[in-house]
Design a binder for this molecule. Sequence first.
Ligand SMILES: NC(=O)c1ccc[n+]([C@@H]2O[C@H](COP(=O)([O-])OP(=O)(O)OC[C@H]3O[C@@H](n4cnc5c(N)ncnc54)[C@H](O)[C@@H]3O)[C@@H](O)[C@H]2O)c1
Length: 435
Amino acid sequence: MDKVNVKKAEGKLGVLVVGLGAVTTTFMTGVLMARKGLAKPVGAMTQYDKIRVGKGADKKYLKYDEIVSIAKLDDIVFGAWDVYPENAYESAINCEVLKEKDINPVKDELEKIVPMKAAFDKNFAKRLEGNNVKDCKNRWDMTEQLREDIRNFKKENGVDRVVVLWAASTEVYVPINEKVHYTLADLEAAMKADDKENIAPSMCYAYAALAEGAPFIMGAPNTTVDIPAMWEMAEKTKLPIAGKDFKTGQTLVKSGFAPIIGTRCLGLAGWFSTNILGNRDGLVLDEPANFRTKEVSKLSTLESILVPEEQPDLYTDYYHKVRINYYPPRNDNKEGWDNIDIFGWMGYPMQIKIDFLCRDSILAAPLCLDLVLLSDLAARAGRWGTQRFLSFFLKSPMHDYTKNEVPVNHLFQQYVILKNAIREMGGYEADQEID
Ligand SMILES: NC(=O)c1ccc[n+]([C@@H]2O[C@H](COP(=O)([O-])OP(=O)(O)OC[C@H]3O[C@@H](n4cnc5c(N)ncnc54)[C@H](O)[C@@H]3O)[C@@H](O)[C@H]2O)c1
């Protein structure tokens, strides 16, 4: 097979993160600690996973960077925006995800990461009070200011490649409006007309990133790049986009567990998922309009794995409910509890209970690293538009809903897509062999 022309990951890689809260500071601290050999990047596929290449007697298992050029942790330079002015060290301490002993060895480096002023509108996250916010004439000006930030960051740090990752709070739900979100021309016109209702600040970040040659990843459930106008922008700029919503705890379990029910042809009567968490993410999600964005994302997972139209006897009318409850004593240590009502032979009911006592940011940090490194890889490989191979990392994978395309939510199918993309970019044949 012809080798795909993938540019080498040479020089530094700028990683600009929107939001310098729990997830981001855990991600940054872990990368900086791993660089010093003081922590292991556990959970990051790009650092650990091995993919089989070749078949039969020729097969071998290689790490991603043995198959294709991937940026090294040492080459990453971090920057961020946030509504609050605290630097990454202060924020990491305040978030209380990591112990001080795991933060202090990289204190100097974290202190240098001072957030740039945020592109923010309180109507999109009412519970945030910070004042490290840009003064913008309108949404177009907001975008222009963000573009300037990206250009300055590149210049000051001597980086040619930048990836922009949204790990900021979930914005209120922005319903897709065909008059604004379907074409790039309409989107730009709405930004210029300062359409505050339809243009979320996150859209300004995404537009600015793409306009400045940076792939954009949406780690929250916001619809930001999941609109045809942004697909057009990604096509115009020939850049990758990925989203939405990091698949960390409960939905990871769901997308891995639902296939057990589906594969074994058991029936599903209902699936009730509840969460308690007490970090700032939980506080923002306690606001119904912000929770709505998350709910839409979390609910979408089951529908394409256990499909009523395909198996009416087994999956018609199952009741799927997702709840998130703000409960401060738990801070970042979320409890995700699932009650699954299934039925078997002759319709007899059974129950499965899963109680995942997890740590939200500990699960999200490796996803940030993988999404950033693999989006940079995709850009160097000349792949643009929605990166379906990154669905593995996302709760609500982007797909072309205007053409009724069905997203792949099944964790193991997503893994096959991921492996094949890495194989192809490395010049190996994509295949469906069992490993
Ligand atoms: N941790 C997980 O398991 C997980 C999983 C999926 C998605 N997420 C999403 O990741 C995001 C980050 O989570 P977190 O726990 O770090 O939250 P957090 O509240 O600790 O941090 C988010 C930060 O974003 C900042 N922010 C909000 N709007 C901004 C804007 N317009 N520009 C710049 N900064 C802005 C806030 O001030 C805050 O400091 C949330 O949207 C969350 O829903 C997290």
